[in-house]
Design a protein around this ligand. Sequence first.
Ligand SMILES: Nc1ncnc2c1ncn2[C@@H]1O[C@H](COP(=O)(O)OP(=O)(O)OP(=O)(O)O)[C@@H](O)[C@H]1O
Length: 296
Amino acid sequence: MSMPAVRTEHLTKRFGRLRAVDRLDLSVESGEVFGFLGPNGAGKSTTIRLLLGLARATAGSAEIFGIPAADIRAAHEKLAYVPADVALWPRLTGAEILELLARTGPGVDHAYQSDLVEQLDLDLRKRAGTYSTGNRQKVALVAAFATRAPLLILDEPTSGLDPLMERVFRTAVLEARRRGQTVFLSSHQLAEVEAVCDRVAILRSGRLADIATVTDLRRLYRTEVEIGYTGPPPDLSTVSGIDDVEPVGPGRLRLALTGPPAPVLRALAAAEVTTLAVREPSLEEIFLAYYGEANR
Ligand SMILES: Nc1ncnc2c1ncn2[C@@H]1O[C@H](COP(=O)(O)OP(=O)(O)OP(=O)(O)O)[C@@H](O)[C@H]1O
């Protein structure tokens, strides 16, 4: 098996008495798009700072392709990153900054860089001091995506982008995966994570609340099923894994399903079903369920 792109073991960062990151164990496989989710203050940025060697761990370890994150020179040959808050040199133009960043990275695909600049509608002739937050983010994204770095670490990279640019971003993530790059994406945008990530980790108070594929996460949660029928209503009284059965109109029932649908489908086979609609929970609903539980 190849070396994980990111690996942390009992990674811990304390600020005084606060454990911002608390014994975090993560392994991100090479080539996957990994989502890193959590509410404000969960410890996402601190974890990323530890991965980048911008902060020192209180305990535990973090490695980038087997290289200790604290070995900054070696680790940064393997990665490119976009911070949550992009700071650029105000007197340099966008073009000058891209050139500068390309020199420090592990090699750049110039044709792809130009493509991205065009798709993101970025004016490279302007000085960075005149750029908006979104435009600064675009420069950092172009610089990162155009590298051939095996690992891209992106900390809430689309917070300043409009929906059109967000689509360009998603395509770029999928393109990176196609090229075999690994993407570590911290995000609040659940739709984005859902669209591009293979697996997600959910962080809560510095600890790992769950780690799963988006599909598995959904399976743990309830699916909403709406059934239309003619004749007598289906008998669902003995079916396992369902609850909240309620009529929603003449010849219509709605119910919540947990687990596999086979038992309910068998019960429905005996009725005259005319329509069947299944709605999977969005990642957002799953996420709210997590934090709803945590706040109870
Ligand atoms: N330099 C610091 N000194 C003291 N406390 C800090 C420091 N940096 C972060 N923290 C605290 O550590 C915790 C985790 O913060 P962090 O920024 O990692 O969270 P986050 O998940 O990235 O949140 P957000 O989504 O708001 O960016 C918070 O309680 C924060 O106040």
